[in-house]
Design a protein around this ligand. Structure first.
Ligand SMILES: Cc1cc2nc3c(=O)[nH]c(=O)nc-3n(C[C@H](O)[C@H](O)[C@H](O)COP(=O)(O)OP(=O)(O)OC[C@H]3O[C@@H](n4cnc5c(N)ncnc54)[C@H](O)[C@@H]3O)c2cc1C
Length: 297
């Protein structure tokens, strides 16, 4: 029986593991894919305090080393079902694990265009997060894909320092709030291209250009970077039977707490505005403190 089971080994889960283990709790983290979560796929992080610049894989590796040096157990196994009674049972693909408390830190995934070559060029011209990677494109030409609030906010933010932004939306109008969409019209370096979809991504080692279908006509757009802003998918399917989720699938919490006194939620899978590593580590701390308090009662 573990004191704390954590599902997800991103920055939220690793931080929760470090805190719980330092409080002498027996901790297990389950991870289905990559130690470090989304963070591990970032080539360069320049907004994590204490590091002027660090690769996501180095930061992930340091957090991992810190956790295992504190005797946190980490298993590569996907949690596929959670059963709650007076404790929790987590059924994984390989094993079943029992714990006195549970922290869900399953994160989210950026929605992609599902095009050939896209996966290869993530971090090499293709990005999702403007506050993370936008600064690499000062005085360069970029495309933002999408037309909702986040795409428009991203295009406006980039337009402050890049040379040109193409905002490419598949519908014949932007779906962002009017107040945001109207700001686009006064920006001379943003070109809005409606009724258009990206059909091809070109580039070997780095992104070179994209081909779009613009109202039935093929057009090549040469760009240095592309920010795909068509939404995030929270990885919350596993908790839908036990916890409430909002209309987008994010888990509803009260400051990382849930209505089940020994179940906590941390990081990007949680209903909150800002999704960054600093916020995920903060959530991991709060969730672990909640679990420790529950266990010490
Ligand atoms: C390319 C890229 C660059 C980024 N750059 C920055 C940056 O520069 N600065 C910044 O602050 N933020 C950046 N971010 C955002 C940041 O990485 C995330 O906000 C942060 O990683 C969220 O942490 P998390 O622990 O909540 O979730 P995640 O990092 O998403 O980790 C969740 C983990 O849970 C695992 N998991 C999910 N379901 C299960 C299951 N059923 N069983 C077992 N494991 C499961 C997932 O595989 C994943 O490893 C970037 C994101 C990306 C994709």
């Amino acid at each position: 029986m573990y004191d704390v089971i954590i599902i997800g080994c991103g920055p939220a889960g690793l931080t929760a593991g470090i805190y719980a283990s330092r409080a002498n709790k027996k901790v297990l983290i389950l991870e289905k894919e990559t130690i470090g979560g989304q963070m591990a796929s970032s080539p360069l992080i320049e907004n994590y305090p204490g590091w002027s610049a660090v690769s996501g894989s180095e930061l992930a590796n340091n957090m991992y080393e810190q956790a295992i040096n504190l005797d946190v157990e980490i298993e590569l196994d996907e949690a596929i079902k959670i059963e709650v009674s007076d404790h929790v049972k987590v059924i994984g693909n390989d094993n079943t694990y029992e714990g006195k408390s549970l922290i869900i830190a399953t994160g989210s995934k950026y929605r992609t265009l599902n095009l050939p070559n896209e996966e290869n060029l993530i971090g090499k011209g293709i990005h999702f997060c403007v506050s993370c990677d936008g600064a690499f494109y000062k005085d360069k030409t970029v495309a933002v894909i999408g037309g909702g609030n986040s795409a428009v906010i991203n295009a406006l933010a980039l337009s402050e320092y890049v040379k040109k932004v193409y905002l490419i939306q598949n519908l014949d109008h932007l779906t962002a709030e009017d107040i945001l969409a109207s700001k686009i019209t006064i920006k001379s370096n943003i070109e809005v291209i409606l009724s258009s979809t990206v059909t091809k991504i070109i580039g070997e080692e780095e992104l070179a250009s994209i081909i779009i279908d613009e109202n039935g006509k093929e057009r090549e757009i040469v760009i240095d970077g592309m920010f795909i802003s068509i939404g995030l998918i929270p990885q919350s399917d596993i908790v839908k039977d036990i916890l409430p989720v909002n209309k987008y699938g994010y888990i509803e919490t009260n400051d990382c707490k849930t209505d089940i006194p020994f179940v906590f939620v941390a990081g990007d899978c949680r209903d909150k505005l800002i999704k960054q590593i600093t916020v995920a580590t903060s959530d991991g701390t709060i969730a672990a403190m909640g679990a420790i308090e529950y266990l010490n009662k």
